[in-house]
Design a protein around this ligand. Structure first.
Ligand SMILES: *[C@@H]1O[C@H](CO)[C@@H](O)[C@H](O)[C@H]1NC(C)=O
Ligand SMILES: *[C@@H]1O[C@H](CO)[C@@H](O)[C@H](O)[C@H]1NC(C)=O
Length: 398
């Protein structure tokens, strides 16, 4: 595995081709509000400034398609906020189009849907630093949880007038919630219930690879020396990679798919070339510290804060500060946020009485880390049962 990862890194850094085909559709680079509008849904943009000066854009779908052209009142509606994962953005929940994306399904079911954008995405900026300033990138999901999510929740509450919302997090979007509960426990009072998709808290499964990358290879240190502060692949290079590696006649030649499977678990049946290309085209930059912080958690095997750095002291986040009902959904074939690690988290939450449920996200046995958002049949194998879960949680706690 280690060998293949270094090959991947080599390919990402050095791959060049002059081939130009126009595989990506015109709307591949549309903004999320543009996508939502084209899909025929009402959309709103809201800005919020965190207490440490980051400006974040929230995207809102206040009503479903059917009610879009009527005058509607979102007042008193059931409100859901969705938090994206590493390298993702609000785009992840609309990218599959109206028939398959979670955000649209929720809106059609009558929910007031809000999509967060954490610092680092194209929908974020800072009062005083541009993204060329290394200071902009001095954050991990610690800051996402301590500042971004609380500010976003307060914004949703103040615009809608509701007193509590449901939070759905995907992957790092769940880590963010657990950090918030630990560091800002007063935010428990603003949440009806938390649904964690592919919860990312424990990583004993990737401890060897994290140690190899961070300790032996010192890969991020090397990049920093070269003045690279955060992970971002130039748009033109990204398009070349997509066009030359992600589109093949034979599935077994698809390098893209094989690289992705290595990280997230093999699931050929649910793999879709067009969606993968879109997903890669819409990749968001990430600070090195986000990777290093996950690495620190993997290496120490403690859900620890960043503190004084990768090799610094270990301070366990207080999972016991979570006071809302938590539903944990895992993929049976997820290699990144593995079932065994989710069950560990479940046990800890159960001990303080906040575990609502822990179960497979889907009856599809090959369900992997990306299938939560990008499976070909995501609507039937995942969204549909999830909507039932959300409905019953609102009924029980809302
Ligand atoms: C941004 O700069 C202004 C003016 O110098 C300063 O008052 C403010 O505290 C700064 N904000 C942050 C978050 O650094
Ligand atoms: C949670 O704890 C109770 C006992 O307190 C136990 O009966 C139950 O099986 C536990 N559930 C999980 C998922 O660990």
């Amino acid at each position: 595995m280690a060998g293949s990862i270094s090959r991947v890194i080599f390919i990402l850094c050095c791959f060049v081709t002059s081939e130009q085909q126009n595989i990506l559709k015109k709307d591949a680079f549309d903004s999320v509000p543009q996508l939502i509008m084209s899909a025929g849904y009402p959309v709103e943009k809201h800005r919020v400034t965190t207490t440490d000066g980051y400006i974040l854009q929230l995207h809102r779908i206040p009503a479903g398609k059917r009610t879009a052209r009527k005058t509607f009142s979102a007042k008193g509606k059931k409100t859901v906020l969705i938090g994206h994962g590493l390298l993702g953005s609000s785009s992840d929940f609309v990218m599959m189009g109206p028939d398959r994306s979670l955000a649209y399904s929720l809106a059609d079911e009558g929910y007031d849907v809000w999509l967060a954008n954490l610092r680092g995405t194209i929908y974020s900026s800072h009062q005083n630093y541009t993204k060329n300033n290394p200071k902009f990138w001095e954050f991990s999901f610690h800051e996402h949880g301590k500042y971004d999510l609380p500010a976003s929740i307060d914004k949703v509450l103040s615009v809608t007038g509701v007193s509590k919302i449901m939070y759905i997090g995907y992957s790092m979007g769940t880590t963010t919630f657990f950090v918030m509960a630990s560091e800002r426990p007063e935010y428990n009072d603003k949440i009806i219930s938390f649904v964690a998709l592919a919860p990312a808290v424990y990583f004993a499964n990737i401890k060897p690879i994290a140690e190899w990358l961070l300790k032996s290879l010192k890969i991020l240190d090397q990049l920093r020396v070269q003045g690279i502060q955060y992970l971002n692949v130039r748009q033109d290079v990204r398009e070349m990679i997509i066009q030359s590696m992600c589109y093949t006649q034979k599935p077994q030649d698809n390098i893209c798919a094989r690289i992705i499977y290595m990280f997230v678990g093999n699931d050929e049946e649910q793999y879709n070339q067009d969606i993968t290309a879109l997903f890669l085209a819409r990749f968001q930059p990430a600070s090195f510290r986000q990777f290093e912080h996950f690495g620190k958690i993997a290496m120490t095997d403690v859900f620890t804060s960043w503190e004084d750095g990768l090799w610094g002291s270990v301070r366990k986040y207080k999972l016991s500060n979570v006071r809302v009902p938590v539903t944990l959904l895992y993929g049976e074939n997820d290699q990144l946020t593995e079932k065994s690690q989710v069950l560990r988290l479940a046990e800890e939450l159960n001990a303080t009485g906040v575990l609502e449920d822990v179960r497979p996200a889907s009856s599809w046995s090959k369900f992997n880390h990306l299938d939560f958002v990008f499976a070909k049949d995501v609507a039937s194998i995942f969204n549909k049962p999830l909507l039932t879960t959300i409905k019953s949680l609102f009924y029980k706690y809302g």
